[in-house]
Design a protein around this ligand. Structure first.
Ligand SMILES: *[C@@H]1O[C@H](CO)[C@@H](O)[C@H](O)[C@H]1NC(C)=O
Ligand SMILES: *[C@@H]1O[C@H](CO)[C@@H](O)[C@H](O)[C@H]1NC(C)=O
Ligand SMILES: *[C@@H]1O[C@H](CO)[C@@H](O)[C@H](O)[C@H]1NC(C)=O
Ligand SMILES: *[C@@H]1O[C@H](CO)[C@@H](O)[C@H](O)[C@H]1NC(C)=O
Length: 417
């Protein structure tokens, strides 16, 4: 269990000190007061050697034993626990924060403030089948993130995760007033950049809106009339330079790759200066991800930055025209909803072939049963029906718990430098 692994690191740090210091002080005493080498001193010397060797063996043994129980990583590593394979269990100690007390949670995601009365949806914890994720502990995570920069890039789902993460951290800050948005901006749907500073920890948590990750552009002036804009699949979004100098970098993309958000708006694909009018969306998504993968390999300092890509977050629209949105009070018993599995398959394929390690944050099946956790009618302004986004607190908190359980166990060792 991971909770075990955390107490393990504490006990390891403490053990050498508590065993080691009496030994050192006894040596000092002996040198200071003992002019002759008595039999007693020799015995003492031998005993301390036995102690040291025993201590080393003990530490090695404990470390070795515990390693098997660690969330030592994600699928792909032998004997690691697949933290994405699990279920939601009822847990009265959740949620992790109150959105009404977090200045960085936007009203649109605060379902309770927007009239939702049932509260069971807040009290679920994600439980991997073969291990436990440690509960998020804000003071510890803040300390670990001291001097670092965490960057979220993507669509509104990334903004939700960014807000969730900040609200989770805020519960561990002594002076919430000290935390501020660097440009004094209010959170809004279309804003390109939001950055929150935690001055006591020299920590920045930032969000960049880039719904396709690749570069939107103007239509070619000799192109067909229906082309109002293009998406340059072979070029990264021009703000990409702002993402690289980071310690944790979390991407997503998916919900905007639909005919209604592309072709119906007159947006068509372009590769190498050539319009690709007939290119299917799946092929375009793959080309864009290939561009992203090359960019990560070339531009990101993998010695410093840990890169994640979050998979498609399921939506739960229903009815024959997928326009109904019925938010339940309990999670559904079967996995359902639109899981964007075609995007997941492409992402798995692209990341497998990358030359650098990136972590796929596979939240798709986690979300599939959470038909209770969408915003529904509890949006703001209240005219929108929403079975895509999630209430905060809620499901995105669990995504963050997974990110940080990963960083604090396996990935972290590489990052503390
Ligand atoms: C959240 O905080 C608000 C404002 O302090 C309070 O009115 C509300 O009862 C709290 N909600 C919960 C679920 O604790
Ligand atoms: C704050 O962190 C940055 C790296 O993100 C580092 O360059 C800088 O020296 C830190 N400042 C202080 C005062 O520790
Ligand atoms: C990353 O670390 C490796 C091994 O320490 C080193 O060889 C490499 O040059 C480093 N890369 C960068 C970009 O600093
Ligand atoms: C995510 O997990 C599901 C279920 O285990 C799996 O089918 C899918 O391939 C995974 N996706 C990625 C991108 O790893």
């Amino acid at each position: 269990m991971v909770s075990g692994s955390f107490s393990r690191s504490t006990s390891i740090r403490l053990t050498p000190r508590s065993v080691g210091s009496p030994r050192v002080s006894s040596h000092r005493k002996w040198w200071a007061h003992g002019p002759s080498i008595s039999a007693l001193a020799v015995t003492f010397f031998l005993v301390s050697i036995v102690l040291v060797v025993g201590c080393v063996l003990y530490l090695y043994f404990v470390r070795y034993l515990n390693r098997e129980n660690l969330v030592s990583g994600f699928p792909g590593e032998a004997d690691a626990c697949d933290v994405f394979d699990g279920s939601w269990v009822a847990d009265g100690t959740y949620p992790l924060y109150n959105s009404s007390e977090c200045p960085f949670a936007e009203r649109g995601f605060n379902c309770l403030a927007n009239g939702r009365k049932d509260m069971d949806y807040l009290k679920w914890r994600w439980k991997p089948r073969n291990c436990d994720v440690p509960k998020f502990n804000a003071p510890d995570v803040l300390e670990w993130l001291r001097g670092k920069r965490v960057v979220f890039v993507g669509d509104s789902m990334s903004r939700t995760q960014w807000e969730s993460f900040i609200c989770m951290l805020m519960t561990g800050v002594r002076d919430p007033q000290s935390v501020y948005e660097v440009n004094g901006n209010q959170i809004s749907k279309t804003i390109r950049f939001l950055g929150v500073r935690f001055p006591d920890f020299n920590l920045s948590v930032e969000f960049f809106r880039s719904v396709f990750l690749v570069q939107p552009g103007l239509p070619p002036w000799h192109g067909p009339k229906r082309v109002h804009s293009t998406l340059k699949l072979d070029k990264m979004d021009e703000i990409n330079g702002k993402w690289v100098d980071s310690d944790v970098l979390i991407f997503n993309s998916g919900h905007w790759w639909t005919p209604s958000k592309l072709f119906d708006m007159g947006c068509y694909f372009q590769v190498g200066g050539t319009l690709k009018l007939g290119m299917p969306i799946n092929a375009a998504f793959r080309t864009a991800l290939d561009t992203w993968a090359l960019w990560v390999e070339k531009m990101v300092d993998m010695n410093r930055t840990h890169v994640f890509f979050r998979t498609f977050e399921p939506s739960h629209w229903s009815g024959s025209n997928q326009k109904l949105c019925e938010v339940t009070e309990q999670p559904s018993s079967e996995l359902k909803g639109n899981d964007g599995s075609e995007f997941g398959d492409i992402l798995a394929d692209v990341t497998e072939r990358m030359r650098v390690p990136v972590t796929v944050l596979n939240v798709t099946s986690m979300g599939a049963s959470r038909s209770d956790a969408h915003i529904g009618i509890y949006s703001h302004p209240s005219t929108i029906l929403d079975c895509s986004h999630w209430c905060l607190p809620g499901v995105p908190d669990a995504w963050n718990e997974l990110v940080f359980s990963y960083l604090l166990t396996d990935g972290w060792r590489k990052m503390v430098r």
